[in-house]
Design a protein around this ligand. Structure first.
Ligand SMILES: [Zn+2]
Ligand SMILES: [Zn+2]
Length: 308
């Protein structure tokens, strides 16, 4: 076997291996002290694993993202440690108030048992999360204001592990946090939510892997880097409107709703040569701008001081 085909075959195994390793690790460390002193340690380990893959399986159209590294680090810290906590603090009371006020009960479903055993709740959760995130993401491309928020994520000029979380926190929360809060309120088992969250996020992080890894038939099921690069292509494929491949973790939603795009040539997938904003707007290394500009707050920082 040539070194080239060995690399190709080994790259096909990466996603299944990541799934087995990270889910097993999650299940065996649920009550370990590390979960207390380093929250989200598994997400950080996943991030560094993907960075390692980028060094090993170098991608031919790679574009250095070093000039925006500080912005990427800020975006990771904010969206990993602050966004979900703030969104939960602000939205949970509201999400609890709605069923209480309109249906006269505190929770939509009284106990997790009503929703069936854990093994049943996990696939139900994965389908609900995937479907919600697919349509929310599609809306974030078609609605003018939501696109203003979301378009920062589309300014990156290459997919890398470090820029998967580069997005305005409101944009991030709409797609990645709200659905889990809603499902928690419905009454799903916290354990089933935790496992679904891990399963969904392994692919979500992997989708931004900047390595030359291949998905094979998994490209139709999961959002692999091959699939997600087309979502970030500067040139949107003809006939696909705003974009293609909106799935966050599962690509089969795009297959079902006819937004899937991954061309092949001689049995090999073709990748877009240029990644970036579809209107050609350059990337932005200033994190404050990502945070404030969509709300019209950023220009004030740049204008002259009123006293001048
Ligand atoms: Zn998008
Ligand atoms: Zn992306």
């Amino acid at each position: 076997m040539s070194a080239k085909s060995a690399f190709y075959i080994s790259s096909l195994l990466i996603l299944p291996v990541l799934y087995v390793v990270f889910i097993t690790m999650h299940l065996t460390t649920l009550h370990e002290p590390i979960t207390q002193w380093l929250p989200h340690w598994d997400r950080l380990l996943m991030l560094f694993t993907v960075i390692g893959l980028e060094r090993l399986y170098t991608y031919r159209y790679t574009v250095s993202q070093r000039h925006v590294l500080v912005r990427d680090i800020f975006a990771n810290i904010v969206n990993l440690y602050i966004t979900a906590a703030v969104a939960a603090y602000l939205l949970l009371p509201l999400l609890q108030f709605i069923p209480q006020h309109f249906l006269g009960r505190r929770h939509l479903v009284a106990s997790p048992q009503v929703l069936g055993p854990i093994w049943f709740q996990i696939p139900v959760l994965l389908v609900s999360v995937g479907l919600f995130r697919y349509w929310m993401h599609r809306w974030q491309h078609s609605n003018e204001f939501l696109w203003k928020l979301h378009s920062y994520h589309h300014r990156v000029t290459d997919l890398k592990a470090m820029n998967g979380e580069v997005s305005n926190p409101v944009d991030f929360a709409l797609r990645n946090v709200i659905v889990f809060l809603m499902l928690g309120i419905v009454g799903f088992s916290p354990f089933a939510i935790l496992i679904s969250f891990t399963v969904a996020n392994i692919t979500a992080i992997f989708s931004h892997c900047g390595a030359d890894v291949r998905g094979g038939f998994l490209n139709y099921l999961f959002v692999t880097p091959e699939v997600h690069r087309w979502h970030h292509a500067v040139d949107v494929p003809k006939g696909y409107g705003y974009s293609c491949n909106y799935g966050v973790e599962f690509a089969f939603w795009d297959v079902i709703f006819r937004t899937y795009y991954l061309p092949q040539e001689n049995g090999q997938t073709v990748q877009p040569e240029r990644i970036g904003h579809p209107s050609g707007i350059p990337d932005e290394g200033n994190y404050l701008k990502i945070l404030l500009e969509p709300f019209g707050l950023y220009p004030r920082f740049r204008g002259p001081h009123p006293a001048e």
